[in-house]
Write a protein that binds this ligand. Sequence first.
Ligand SMILES: O=C(O)CCC(=O)C(=O)O
Length: 401
Amino acid sequence: MAEIERCSLSGDASPATDLIRDAAARQRSGAIQRLRERFPGWDPESSTLNLGLATPTLASTSLDDGVLDGVSSAIDRYLATGDLGERRATLVSSRENRAHPIPPSIGTERSTPNAGLNVDPFLGAEELLAGNTLNLNDAQAHLGGRVQDLCDDLALAFVAHVQMNVYVSWGEAPGFGAHWDDHDVIVVPVAGAKYWTVDEPPALAPIKDVIPAGGTGKSVWSGVLSRGDALMIPRGWPHHVAGLGEEVSVHLTASIRRPTALDLLVHLPSERFEREFELDDADLEHCLGSWASILTTEPRVGPIAATTARLAGFAGHRMRAVMPGGAVFLDERADAEALEMATNNRTVRIPRSSAPALAELLDGWRTVEEISAATGSPRDDVVDLVERLGSVGIVQLESPA
Ligand SMILES: O=C(O)CCC(=O)C(=O)O
């Protein structure tokens, strides 16, 4: 997105921006509540408030809600049939504890002109049995709607970029060895068990390439994780993993990338660096808003479903709007008729009279008819709003059964 002028989180104190801001805050609270239910024993709210220095937390996952059902076979199918680019999938060598692109020796490229690289199942199995680890990054779109829901809730709760990474290994595979990540991590085992050790962090809020990458040897937690457990490892806490016994082990890692001060400063307009450098509240609000406005979630439906829904005037379709960055307003572009928001890395103009309808869409799944009845907005205005929000990628749609 081109550099945008001033972002505001509070809006212009009009009824329209107040309504949207409050609905976005409720959307975030709803996500925090759902996370509490999915991970009993973990308090996402206190985690979202700290700067990544809370201690690791062991929680459980409520498996009966089906989040992990079918995930193992979805991973397998993706490895064998997906188009695995260099950063999408890696092979972590047990000798070097380092990730490499999938080597041509285990990749299959079908003989069609546009074929992409996949992992050959039998040759991949040989690598696993030799103690190497297969890793898939940013895999959430392939793991089913429940995993995507989890990613969306984490993104909303933490106001952060969230992606789901996958690790598959066999036996005593050592994976990456001791290392720390510059993002928060939630480990969710899917199959098999692994022994995890977490160390004290090497420094307060360590920065990559400044603080050494390995462990500190001062273990604060260790134990076996298997399906039904979840381990929250804050940014900067070194961890290492060892497989157990003769079984295939699969775990998901939600990586939650909250902004550091450096990430935020990147959003400061360049002319602010030319004057005597002193940040005021408006600068900070702009940096936070601009960071939040580039957060995205994965689309749920493609152009076929969107076209079908539009042709039907959305009749009977349930939909909701998801703004992972919350409400970010561009007050300088607003006028008496409309306000402008920055979301999902784009900007969208919204008639002020549509603010109640947007609040409904942020509050949960609704049909156009329900929104129209609840807000008194004419049906055509609600459809116009859905089209506007859809064109910036924040509408999730469910087709009628
Ligand atoms: O299993 C591995 O190889 C490393 C896993 C890891 O570090 C993680 O999930 O964050």
